[in-house]
Ligand binder design. Structure first.
Ligand SMILES: [Zn+2]
Length: 785
């Protein structure tokens, strides 16, 4: 088995797991799952893949003038004279046109169309020439209308539905379960149980009075229940150590971006053969100098009734222990990792009984029989595990007991009343943000529950049908494009087209399957509306074992759960490891998509997003994976060289793009870091345009919609609005001091995403009649797909 490759697939797991603690999950591996946007810390998967396309050349010859709506420069100027900076005026314009719309049936006057038109009119700055800076033209007024400050330092049109999503979910949780009549009686019961688990977690989190009343008692009770201190004399017995570690690892809460499991962590990952196997790795330290004194105060609170505890001694012993635990080894390991069976693990590192540990852990979810002496384990850090074994042979039980207790306290203290938590450890700084905090808690601990009930109130079959249709048009246009690419060998071209045909799609949620999976995982969970601490602990026990349950399954068997994003996510992803595209319900709303608006808006929005994800299958990373998501080279030497040359064009082009700060200083994009995403953006825009054209040819209903104009925007052609819709999804305002931060993402900033892609697309230049060598129509263009 080639374990270098394991890391490339690993990140798909974190979709369903709260945190995957293997060190392999570090950022450097994040390029294996592609998403469309800049993500917050919580979304650790990023990546890319790419596309192709070839057309039904007969159907759409994109270089043909007849197919493109051309406008004279004068026409453009006239259009640009609409003043979009005054909202009152805009509303008036729209209202007038709605009235007109009754006479001229080609104006769409639905609520959705008015909303879309309003968004666009409030965003564009028609004082800017679209051929000079298209991003500024589409987003100039968005930026003016959305100020930022040091605290709220970034705002993006991409995330504009976020507050509404939150509000919808929170409103739902403030009401009782509403039965879904399409479900059987039994399924309704199961659905209600799951709903109430989510509701209880939210309400118990919001119930500050009860949390305060309980003080540190829930933590004291948990420590008692675990009997850590009571068994301190037995920790030199490898068997006893295995038992207590399984118990501790079940409740230890993953509360920050790292995992703070006692001594080591155990997860699972997918190996080269597509099987899920156990993965053993290094843990993180809990004490650092800055937090040391805060921790002593917290411990004094928790142990105030236990006279025999000497807090200073306790903390000092743990500081000393962690120093040894994380001591760098002087020995050079030939291989940093190994795959061994459990029997060998026990022989090599005998101070923990690994078999007992795993049996206990698997027993907690009724799957003890899955563990045998032959069960393989991927040890990701030989040096660390070796050292761990050595110091376990030297350390006394009292120190280990102190360490175990402190790991639990460290992990779970955020669930206590803030009254008892030292300032440094507070997860929530002000109670005025309690709603947001509790929304984050439910999203983090019960993401699949939130996902289910978000989809229930938001998703519907017509959205699914529409989005799936767009996916298929994108697929078709990519296959068309690839078939026509001249620089690929026949063999490579044929395989690439097969890869596109094989891309799995998951749009929204499969309701019945989802209910069954969730119920199977959570049926034994009991929650109450007044016990926040224990609700989280119990949920965490289930989540901590989530990744282990699938061992020895093949990735194909659990494909859907591996690639499914929570439905409320405003994003989309391509997964290299499974050659799959996932479009959750969260992104099937404005500014990307709406039912009942002209297709040019939807294709400029969600169409470019789906095109982006498909293109990731053929970006500079994704192209190195085969149809099944294996790391297999299927390119000829000359194809690869040709590709690299074309990719270099993008690197050089994006290196010249920049954001300018208030002082006029330019902050340049890193063409290399953002290469995969830029390739995806470029391919995505072209594919979206082509697939829109395909849809017009094949679907008379959409042709009818195509003819509809938007109120207040009748001066623009459908083609122009397609590009404006694309530009609008990338509007952003960033606080001056943070421009630099944005540039270290693997995604380019909004202005480069828009201007880079449109300036490489000749249809754009024709649509806006941009003179050759104007900024948005350079003579030399970059193109791969
Ligand atoms: Zn991407």
């Amino acid at each position: 088995m080639n374990f270098k490759k394991i890391s490339t697939i690993l990140t798909i797991f974190s979709v369903n797991l709260l945190a995957l603690s293997s060190p392999l999950q570090s950022k450097k591996y994040s390029a294996d799952v592609a998403d469309i946007s800049i993500d917050g810390v919580d979304n650790s998967q990023h990546a890319t893949y790419d596309i192709y396309s070839m057309d039904k050349a007969e159907a759409i010859d994109i270089s043909s003038d007849e197919e493109v709506n051309l406008m004279g420069t004068d026409d453009v100027k006239e259009i640009l004279d609409i003043d979009s900076s005054d909202e009152t005026e805009i509303e008036t314009d729209i209202e007038t046109e709605i009235e007109d719309g009754n006479e001229h049936e080609n104006i769409c006057n639905t609520k959705e169309c008015v909303e879309v038109a309003n968004n666009i009119l409030n965003s564009i700055d028609n004082t800017v020439d679209p051929c000079d800076d298209f991003y500024q033209f589409t987003c100039g007024n968005y930026i003016k209308n959305h100020p930022v400050n040091e605290e709220d330092w970034i705002i993006k049109s991409f995330d504009s539905a976020e507050p509404e999503n939150r509000e919808r979910i929170i409103n739902m949780l403030q009401n009782d379960y509403k039965p879904n009549k399409n479900l059987s009686k039994q399924d309704q019961e199961n659905d209600k149980l799951l709903f109430n688990q989510l509701k209880n977690l939210y309400q118990s989190c919001m119930d500050v009075d009860t949390i305060n009343k309980k003080g540190v008692k829930p933590m004291v009770d948990l420590l008692k229940k675990l009997q850590i201190n009571e068994k301190k004399d037995k920790y030199n017995d490898p068997n006893e150590l295995g038992v207590i570690l399984a118990k501790l690892h079940n409740v230890e809460r993953k509360n920050r971006s790292f995992t703070y499991n006692s001594l080591f962590n155990m997860n699972s990952l997918i190996n080269d053969d597509g099987m899920i196997i156990l993965s053993l790795g290094k843990t993180e330290g809990i004490i650092d100098d800055e937090e040391d004194s805060a921790l002593r105060i917290l411990l004094s609170n928790i142990f105030k009734d236990s006279e025999e505890r000497n807090i200073d001694k306790m903390v000092d012993s743990v500081v000393e222990f962690e120093k040894k635990l994380f001591e760098e080894s002087n020995e050079e390991e030939v291989d940093p990792y190994e795959v061994v069976d459990i029997k060998t693990l026990n022989e090599k590192y005998p101070n923990i009984n690994w078999k007992t540990y795993l049996e206990e852990k698997f027993d907690s979810f009724g799957m003890k029989e899955k563990i045998s002496n032959d069960t393989p384990v991927y040890n990701s850090d030989i040096a660390y595990i070796k050292n761990l074994n050595k110091i376990l042979g030297e350390v006394d039980g009292e120190t280990l007991s102190n360490y175990f207790e402190m790991v639990i306290i460290y992990n779970c203290m955020g669930l206590l009343s803030t009254e008892f938590i030292p300032e440094d450890f507070k997860e929530i700084k002000s109670e005025t943000n309690r709603t947001d905090y509790c929304y984050d808690i439910i999203s983090r601990y019960l993401p699949d529950h939130v996902s289910r009930y978000f989809a229930k109130i938001y998703f519907n079959p017509s959205k699914k049908q529409y989005a799936e249709k767009v996916v298929e048009y994108i697929r078709q246009s990519m296959i068309n494009r690839i078939t026509n690419v001249k620089w690929l060998d026949d063999e490579t071209r044929e395989y690439a087209a097969k890869k596109v045909a094989a891309i799995n799609k998951l749009v929204g949620i499969d309701d019945s399957k989802n209910l069954e999976t969730l119920f199977n995982n959570f049926q034994n969970l009991t929650t109450t509306e007044d016990d926040y601490f224990n609700n989280v602990i119990k949920i965490n026990e289930i989540n901590n074992n989530y990744s282990l349950k699938n061992i020895q399954s093949s990735k194909d068997d659990i494909l859907e759960s591996l690639i499914s994003l929570p439905q409320q996510t405003i994003n989309a992803k391509y997964y290299t490891g499974t050659n799959s595209v996932n479009i959750p319900a969260g992104i099937l709303q404005l500014p990307f998509f709406s039912i009942g608006i002209p297709d040019y808006i939807n294709y400029g929005g969600i169409g470019t997003i789906i095109g982006h994800e498909f293109t990731h299958a053929f970006d500079n990373t994704g192209r190195k994976y085969d149809i099944k998501g294996n790391d297999v080279n299927w390119w000829t030497q000359s194809d690869s060289e040709e590709y690299d040359e074309k990719a270099t064009c993008f690197v050089n082009q994006y290196n010249k793009l920049y954001m300018e700060d208030k002082e006029g200083q330019k902050h340049y994009v890193f063409g290399t870091i953002t290469l995969d995403e830029n390739i995806a953006d470029n391919g995505g825009l072209i594919r979206a345009y082509e697939s829109w054209q395909l849809s017009l040819l094949e679907d008379s209903e959409t042709v009818k919609k195509e003819n509809q104009k938007l109120p207040g925007l009748t001066q623009y052609t459908a083609d122009q609005l397609f590009f404006i819709s694309f530009g609008n999804i990338w509007c952003e305002n960033i606080y001056n001091d943070y421009l630099e931060v944005i540039l270290y993402s693997d995604h380019s900033p909004g202005n480069a995403r828009v201007n880079g892609a449109v300036s490489n697309f000749k249809i754009f230049a024709k649509t806006f009649n941009c003179p050759i060598n104007s900024k948005m129509n350079p003579k030399d263009k970059c193109e791969i797909w």
